[in-house]
Design a protein around this ligand. Sequence first.
Ligand SMILES: [Fe+2]
Length: 142
Amino acid sequence: MERRDFIRLSTLSVGAGLVAPVIAVAETDKHLKGAADIYYTKDTQGRWNGKAATHLPSIDVEKVGNKATIKVVTAHEMKGYEHYIVKHVLLDQNYKFLQEHLFDPTKESAAISSFTLTDYTGPIYVGSLCNKHDLWLNGADV
Ligand SMILES: [Fe+2]
């Protein structure tokens, strides 16, 4: 390989390396937009239409000073590992993970959790995951 070809090939490789991450990010964004189909809400119950009453988490926020207590209830049966709520996940206004509560259906008879936030103001979201009926999302203001 002549030196000129080597330099040209090296330049192409570096260029491809710079372009490839941009393509990868664009592909990731495309997939994230489709992610809305993997959780359900009161208004978008999808294939689990009619199951909101027992799967949509209810959220109660009590704020005292800079401390907020968030109580979450999913009115769902806890029938051992056969059918139960696996976890509640607390997300911030940008859908970033804050906290979670994992349930043990052999010890907990109700899907009730409590979270504490300090110095937080704005929307929050809570996901409630059923082992059979997927992830349900609800929101509240803190
Ligand atoms: Fe369920």
